[in-house]
Design a protein. Structure first.
Length: 277
C-alpha cells in the first residue's frame, strides 16, 4: 500500500491554503463521503440540472425540485431526501460557492465535458473518492483494476473503520464513478482507459487549481489537471480553446503563462484569494 501513499503525496504540487479557506469556495474535507453509499450520481445530476435550468436557482430550488416536485422520480420521501443530501455533498448545489457556479457555467456550454466536470467536483468534495485518484491515475492503460484493490486502499485509510460489506459497496461505487468519467471501462471487469477531456473540463480543472493557490505554469501540474488524464501540452491546447470561446483568459509570452477567470470569480472571492497570498 506504500505505493498509493507515495502517489498521493506526489499529487500535491501547489502549497494548499488551509481547508477553512478552501471551504469558502465549495471544497469539502469532511471525513467519509457520499461514495460510501452512492456513486457520483451523474445521471441524477444531469436530470436535476435539466429540470432546474436556471443559473440563478438557489439551493432551496434544487431541494424543492427533488423533494416536492420529485423531478428524479424517486418512490419515497426518504429516498428523495437522501438523494438531495448526497447530491449536495457531491456538488454543493449552492451558487454561493464558485465551485458549483463554475460547474453550472461549463455544464451549459460543454455537454461533452460533463462526465469529467462531475468527476472534478466530486474529487474536490468527497474525501474517500479523492483518496482513490492516485491509484487509478497511475494504473497503465489496459490494466485491470479490481474491486479488491480499491477495498484494500479504502481500508488502509482508517484500518477497521468499515465493515466488509461497506468496503465492497464503497469500492464498487468508486469504480462506477471512474467508469462514468471514462477513466475505466467495462461492466464487471474494470479496465483502465484514457479519458477524453474537453475545453470546459480543462478550464474547470484550471479554476480549481487556481482557487487552491496554483498560478502560471503551476496551474498545469496540479492534482486537478492530473484528473484530465492527458499531457500538459494537451491541457494547454484545451485552455487555449476555452480562452478563444471567452470562457477563461489564457495568455502566454514565452515561458510566462497567465490564466484568469473573469467570468467565474466574483469580487468577494477575489478578496479571499488575495488573503491567501
Amino acid at each position: 500500500m506504500h505505493g498509493y501513499a507515495v502517489a498521493e503525496q506526489a499529487m500535491e504540487v501547489a502549497p494548499m491554503p488551509d481547508q477553512k479557506q478552501l471551504a469558502r469556495f465549495g471544497f469539502r474535507f469532511e471525513r467519509g463521503g457520499a461514495h460510501s453509499s452512492r456513486t457520483m450520481m451523474l445521471d441524477e445530476l444531469t436530470a436535476l440540472l435539466d429540470y432546474v435550468d436556471r443559473p440563478e436557482a438557489t439551493k432551496a430550488d434544487y431541494l424543492n425540485a427533488i423533494e416536492e416536485e420529485n423531478c428524479l422520480g424517486k418512490r419515497s420521501g426518504k429516498t428523495r431526501r437522501l438523494t438531495y443530501k448526497h447530491l449536495a455533498e457531491l456538488y454543493s448545489l449552492d451558487t454561493g460557492h464558485v465551485l458549483f457556479r463554475a460547474l453550472l457555467y461549463f455544464w451549459q456550454r460543454d455537454e461533452a465535458g460533463r462526465p469529467i466536470l462531475a468527476l472534478l467536483s466530486t474529487y474536490a468534495r468527497d474525501s474517500i473518492f479523492r483518496a482513490s485518484a492516485p491509484m487509478i491515475l497511475k494504473t497503465p492503460e489496459g490494466s485491470v483494476i479490481t474491486r479488491e484493490s480499491v477495498e484494500e486502499l479504502i481500508d488502509s485509510l482508517e484500518p477497521g473503520r468499515f465493515s466488509k460489506a461497506t468496503l465492497k459497496s464503497t469500492a464498487q461505487n468508486i469504480n462506477s464513478s471512474w467508469t462514468k468519467s471514462r477513466h475505466l471501462t467495462g461492466r464487471n471487469k474494470k479496465v483502465r482507459n484514457q479519458a477524453a477531456p474537453t475545453a470546459g473540463s480543462a478550464a474547470y480543472a484550471l479554476l480549481l487549481g487556481y482557487l487552491a493557490g496554483a498560478r502560471g505554469q503551476g496551474l498545469f501540474s496540479t492534482e486537478y489537471t492530473k484528473l484530465l488524464d492527458c499531457s500538459r501540452e494537451k491541457t494547454i491546447e484545451l485552455a487555449e480553446q476555452a480562452s478563444r470561446r471567452g470562457w477563461i483568459t489564457y495568455k502566454r509570452v514565452g515561458d510566462v503563462i497567465e490564466v484568469l477567470f473573469p467570468n467565474l470569480i466574483n469580487q468577494q472571492e477575489q478578496e479571499w484569494l488575495r488573503e491567501q497570498g
